[in-house]
Design a protein around this ligand. Structure first.
Ligand code: FAD
Length: 564
């Protein structure tokens, strides 16, 4: 071990280890120490959560870190996100509204065994020249003008190293946040309990209707991150490459108090009450229980993220909102990309003050525009019709901007970020406003009578604009063309917002399907618009209208649609 490094990373979990790989890739001569308190290897399968990756985080692992071959060989190819909604929870799963891809989605994602992954990341980091010290607990950080000091314990010995940069990747321990006092709470009270079972839990086996089951090739449904949705909660099922299964409950404290499922026995009885058909299936695996863990009120914000004084926070040590849609690895990818860019720029002699401020602003803007996706929304998580539109809206915004920008290096391109997020009327800002308006509309809709729908299959890739956004994620653009593509995506999202609003409004209020709409001021209680406002959209897009009609399950009686 050296006595001085360019960068010391506190914590060698997913964010710390991937940050070290990214730094080595950007500037191989950077000297890096990762200080991780874990003693010995991580346990396989029953280690941490964060097992489902989605498109942005996957692109980071595969392309930005150069782990594509490793990922393909060691982790499961995920078959997208899958959601089940049913009112009669005792009925077979094929009576539900099921949302998920039938065929392999073009842009990849993975199911990660976190134990295997973190053990391998330690090995890969060391192979790439990173000094990773396990059994090392950080006990003090002294931030200095020229150098910082990091002190950590290895058994009974205290070790002290000097470093130019400190990156806090200590997860929920949030070492620097606690030391410097920039904790920030978030008004979103959800809790979670999870357990791993030895062996596979294949929901194909839960299907009694062969036509529904055989919509997907055998084994594909198993590879999805499946969500059993209900009022105030969702239950995940994730297969792991070791052949084991991760199962978790995430619920709103106001609807499902934590103490109703915070032990394995209570969680099983909670499942018997809320997801009885699933609980019956889990009963058969009870002797295969590998672990049981809980986490209370875990969403949190961060008052600071990146400092020009040569420190920053990444991963869960920064902000964390909600695991619904599996965005944890995405936020790691974003924060690591910003921090590594700052570190390399500073080491190479750049004054990073304005860059650090910009990255922090954009990061905070993204976190805050993401909050309404979840906040006060759990109460209608069991409302199938509403959730189909909401999930497809949330997919669309995610694929249309953050994913596209990330794969094109836009998040570390100062010019692009200024244009998108810092300029009044910039596309990034406008997508944030549009999303806020849509999430408010979903909340209003959630207060209205729930529309009955059951026994339906819907594939997001049957929806033309969603398919286009998804297929476009990894398209590569020159700077100007990227800005144009972002603007075009915003224009399409505005149309989608209008058509969704028109459809719901027509259903509840009987208005025509072509009323003028201001997508930035959606209001189901008052549809009057100021025609002179430049945001008002009067024309209707036929293909998007057809797409919304495809999502409208309410008018049709029981059916399995989308079978070609
Ligand atoms: C219920 C739930 C479900 C989730 N599901 C998903 C999902 O499906 N997909 C997804 O992408 N994300 C998911 N996440 C988020 C995911 O778990 C996190 O994004 C990810 O684990 C954070 O990684 P990290 O490296 O920041 O923190 P961690 O993985 O917690 O790593 C922090 C490391 O720091 C070490 N450490 C702490 N203190 C010290 C110290 N003083 N000295 C030395 N080392 C220290 C710890 O030992 C640990 O290894 C989920 C989160 C929750 C709460």
């Amino acid at each position: 071990m050296q006595s001085s490094y360019d960068v010391v990373i506190l914590g060698g979990g997913l964010s710390g280890l991937t940050l070290s790989l990214q730094l080595k890739k950007l500037r191989p001569e950077t000297t890096i120490l990762v200080v991780e308190k874990r003693v010995g290897d991580a346990e396989i399968s029953a280690f941490k959560i964060g097992e489902s990756s989605v498109e942005l985080g996957t692109h980071y692992l595969r392309t930005k870190l150069g782990l594509a071959d490793y990922m393909d060989e060691n982790h499961l190819p995920k078959h997208g996100l899958r959601f089940f909604y049913s009112k009669d929870k005792t009925a077979a799963l094929d009576q539900s509204v099921e949302v998920g891809p039938i065929f392999k989605p073009p842009v990849p994602s993975y199911q990660l065994d976190r134990g295997i992954f973190e053990n391998d990341l330690v090995r890969i980091a060391r192979e790439r020249g990173v000094d990773v010290q396990l059994n090392s607990k950080v006990v003090a950080v002294e931030l200095g003008e020229e150098q910082h000091l990091v002190k950590f314990m290895q058994d009974e010995t205290e070790i002290e190293v000097e470093t130019k940069w400190v990156a806090d990747a200590t997860g929920r321990r949030s070492f620097l946040k606690r030391q410097l006092g920039f904790q920030k709470s978030l008004d979103h009270n959800i809790n979670s309990a999870w357990f791993r079972l030895k062996g596979k839990v294949d929901i194909d086996d839960w299907m009694t209707d062969e036509a529904r089951r055989d919509l997907l090739k055998p084994g594909l449904r198993l590879l999805s991150t499946s969500h059993l949705m209900g009022k105030g909660y969702w239950v995940w099922l994730i297969p792991l490459s070791t052949g084991n299964t991760s199962i978790g409950i995430v619920a709103d404290e106001d609807i499902h108090p934590f103490d109703t499922y915070n032990s394995f026995e209570k969680a099983m009885s909670w499942l018997h009450h809320n997801e009885p058909a699933a609980a019956q299936k889990f009963e058969g695996h009870k002797e295969n229980l590998m672990d049981f863990m809980v986490l209370k009120h875990f969403p949190h914000d961060s008052g600071k993220l990146y400092s020009e004084d040569r420190w920053g926070v990444v991963g869960e040590a920064g902000a964390f909102l909600d695991p619904f849609y599996s965005p944890g690895t995405d936020f790691i990818a974003l924060a690591n990309s910003w921090l590594s860019n700052l570190i390399v720029s500073q080491i190479e002699g750049e004054d990073i003050l304005s860059r650090a401020i910009l990255f922090e602003r954009v990061h905070s803007a993204i976190v805050h525009s993401w909050v309404p996706i979840y906040q006060h929304k759990y109460k209608f998580f069991g409302n199938a019709q509403l959730m189909v539109l909401k999930v497809f809206w949330d997919f669309a915004t995610y694929w249309a901007l953050p994913c596209l920008l990330f794969t094109n290096g836009g998040f570390t391109n100062v010019g692009a970020l200024k244009q998108l997020f810092a300029k009044a009327g910039g596309v990034g800002q406008k997508i944030g406003e549009l999303n806020a308006s849509m999430q408010n509309f979903f909340s209003q809709w959630g207060e209205l009578e729930e529309l009955p729908c059951t026994n339906h299959y819907i594939d997001p890739f049957e929806i033309g604009y969603l398919r286009d956004f998804h297929n476009g994620i990894e398209s590569q653009f020159e700077a100007d063309a990227l800005m144009e593509q972002c603007a075009a995506n915003l224009a399409k999202l505005e149309m989608v917002a209008c058509e969704m609003f028109r459809k719901v409004n027509a259903h509840y209020h009987g208005d025509e399907l072509d009323i003028p709409v201001n997508p930035y001021k959606l209001n189901l209680a008052d549809t009057e618009v100021d025609a002179a406002n430049e945001s008002v959209i009067s024309n209707s897009d036929a293909s998007i209208r057809d797409d919304i009609q495809t999502m409208w399950l309410t008018s049709s009686s029981a059916q399995v649609s989308m079978i070609k």
